[in-house]
Design a protein around this ligand. Sequence first.
Ligand SMILES: C[C@](O)(CO)[C@H](O)COP(=O)(O)OP(=O)(O)OC[C@H]1O[C@@H](n2ccc(N)nc2=O)[C@H](O)[C@@H]1O
Ligand SMILES: Nc1ncnc2c1ncn2[C@@H]1O[C@H](COP(=O)(O)OP(=O)(O)OP(=O)(O)O)[C@@H](O)[C@H]1O
Length: 311
Amino acid sequence: MTSSPTEIRADREVRVRAPGKVNLALRVGRREADGYHPLATVFQAVSVYEDVVATPGEGLTLSVTGPQAHLVPTDGSNLALRAARALADHAGIDEGVHLHVHKSVPVAGGMAGGSADAAAALIACDAHWRTGLSRDELHELAASLGSDVPFGLLGHTAVGSGRGDLLTPALCRGEYHWAFAVQDEGLSTPAVYAAFDELHMGGGGHETEVSLMQALRAGDPRALGRALHNDLQAAALELAPNLAEPLAVAEDAGALGVVVSGSGPTIAALARSRQHALVIAAAMTAAGVADSVLTAVGPVPGARVVTSGPE
Ligand SMILES: C[C@](O)(CO)[C@H](O)COP(=O)(O)OP(=O)(O)OC[C@H]1O[C@@H](n2ccc(N)nc2=O)[C@H](O)[C@@H]1O
Ligand SMILES: Nc1ncnc2c1ncn2[C@@H]1O[C@H](COP(=O)(O)OP(=O)(O)OP(=O)(O)O)[C@@H](O)[C@H]1O
């Protein structure tokens, strides 16, 4: 019996969800000859998600929706399409695919939204094309696409070294509630690293986060709040001095700790509870220090298939 076109589509649809991240600690060493900085970081995946749907298509095509979709390229430079291309090349696939990306993670916000899209696209295309690659091969492809992409695959809480791509899962108990201050205008990651170089702040790349890891093992949000740290924060504030305002408002609202997320400009405030996260978000909105706000919980899993068509 032959399938109708509608049945074929339903059969081959794969839906994948991947999380954004916050760096609980980000220690940055001096720039190396390859232009990258050695990192000692602790990532946490949070419940702000990118949703990617893979369906049959001619060639590799992409559509994007979400509040900031207009800021995202839809040509071959899009990280989701680059991921699909890299996987097809590696696995010798000449079939097409259409990827639909629904974005909720702020664009160029320091929460690794594009990296989440790449991680989700790898998992979606891998399932769609049934390439049968190992987790290690997918990890290697992920690292070739961007330093934050491997963590998009892994999720939860993890220690990152090297460029941030060498990962070890971290012991983490409990739930952590976050409020995020989002800015419409993003910061370029290379520009923030360049500002960091200008400030001559390298050298802390291999410090161990003893108190932070203890806080995570104990499930102690107060101790975690005190241990939050970002070496890129001064550089992000240099490029966007107004970020001092959401930092101060979140502190006044009783946040346990406040930090620039990754390369910014998103500000991440750790709250005592889900309710307290809403209070901090409301305070940042009322003070007019964010273009929008988000609340989330972490840790959550990395990129995973949420539903797919029948076998
Ligand atoms: C700031 C962080 O989000 C913290 O997790 C990441 O370090 C950035 O990761 P990403 O956006 O995936 O970065 P990539 O796409 O790999 O690199 C973009 C640019 O950021 C700078 N970069 C990135 C990672 C790193 N360890 N050192 C760097 O100097 C380089 O200028 C590089 O050309
Ligand atoms: N799928 C994608 N989603 C968002 N931006 C993308 C994507 N593909 C390519 N880009 C380009 O990459 C730039 C950075 O995007 P992204 O949202 O990943 O930044 P980020 O969250 O600050 O990254 P990170 O936290 O990993 O440094 C965007 O300004 C855009 O030009």
